[in-house]
Ligand binder design. Structure first.
Ligand SMILES: NC(=O)c1ccc[n+]([C@@H]2O[C@H](COP(=O)([O-])OP(=O)(O)OC[C@H]3O[C@@H](n4cnc5c(N)ncnc54)[C@H](OP(=O)(O)O)[C@@H]3O)[C@@H](O)[C@H]2O)c1
Length: 276
């Protein structure tokens, strides 16, 4: 596949590695040389590929509450331009989105048909980006992912590992539920969906679901860190941006594209911790 990848953050880095291993012809566009908000740079990046994967985004969830203009510039306006260029040039697009487009109030897993209502500014900017793509004529898939972790950036797994290595006791919220997913597996899913030219919104995550507290306990146990993990509720860690209580995805639509069974979050986590 001839793929252009926008952004080399946590997910972008694993996607680059996955594509290189698969002998794809890839081009990578990343900061500081590339800014998705600059029309001419976007046009140059898109000019010479068959598939465009957008892994770039404004991802600072708390800061977005104060920087909504930048969040919308990157996550909505640039994405609208990107989709329009893809439509004009007949380029297939995979755009990455998030569970934060939901308010987390649903009982049970979220499907692609559930109404989105963002819980914070970051989520609203990502939802606006999704809507801009859906309103365009681009042949596009919007892959929603959640609770991701990978080697290229700080994430929940690295933070818990660091804290639990230096303390006897840590408190972790037990009122937020999700499906922790390794970015290496998301990268694999992106390639698979690209090979099938899937379109529309698609949810992807590890099998199973867990609270942040149970997830942290599993990390500490696998790494044998000897730290006690205590449950607490979200009011103990008030952050500028609200987080959804329920981020769990129904991934049955994704499963219709992939004959391999999605790994359980526990297997993904232990594979990941073994690999680092
Ligand atoms: N991490 C998660 O748990 C999670 C959960 C749900 C959805 N997602 C989605 O997954 C996708 C990938 O995120 P990630 O986890 O890989 O986050 P990340 O590590 O923050 O990667 C985002 C990348 O976008 C780049 N970027 C920001 N503004 C840009 C601009 N104006 N022009 C070009 N590049 C720009 C950043 O560059 P710098 O490195 O220079 O800042 C960074 O490399 C995003 O769409 C995100 O919304 C992530």
């Amino acid at each position: 596949m001839k793929i252009a990848i926008l952004g080399a953050g946590m997910l972008g880095t694993d996607l680059i590695n996955t594509c290189q291993q698969a002998d794809d012809e890839i081009q990578v566009f990343k900061r500081p040389e590339f800014d998705i908000c600059k029309q001419s740079e976007l046009e140059t990046a898109i000019e010479n590929c068959e598939v465009l994967v957008n892994c770039s985004a404004y991802t600072q969830v708390d800061k977005a509450e104060e920087e909504s203009e930048i969040a919308f510039e990157v996550n909505e306006h640039a994405v609208r331009n990107m989709a329009e260029i893809c439509a004009q040039k007949n380029i297939y697009l995979i755009h990455i989105s998030t569970d934060f487009v939901f308010n987390g109030e649903k009982t049970g897993p979220y499907t692609e048909l559930d109404a989105a209502e963002a819980i914070n500014v970051y989520g609203a900017s990502k939802l606006a980006g999704e809507n801009a793509i859906l309103a365009s004529d681009a042949e596009a898939a919007i892959l929603r992912v959640q609770w991701s972790y990978g080697k290229a950036a700080d994430n929940f797994v690295s933070k818990i590992t660091e804290l639990a290595s230096s303390r006897d006791e840590i408190s972790v919220v037990n009122d937020q539920f999700g499906c922790p997913t390794a970015t290496t597996e998301i990268a694999r899913a992106i390639r698979l969906l690209a090979s099938k030219r899937a379109t529309g919104i698609i949810h992807y995550a590890a099998e199973g679901s867990v609270s942040r507290y149970e997830f942290a306990k599993e990390i500490v146990e696998i790494l044998n860190l000897g730290c006690t993990v205590l449950p607490c509720d979200s009011s103990k860690f008030l952050a500028p941006a609200k987080r959804p209580a329920n981020s769990v995805f129904d991934c049955s639509l994704y499963d219709t594209y992939d004959s391999a069974k999605r790994k359980h979050w526990k297997t993904m986590l232990s594979d990941y911790l073994e690999s680092i």
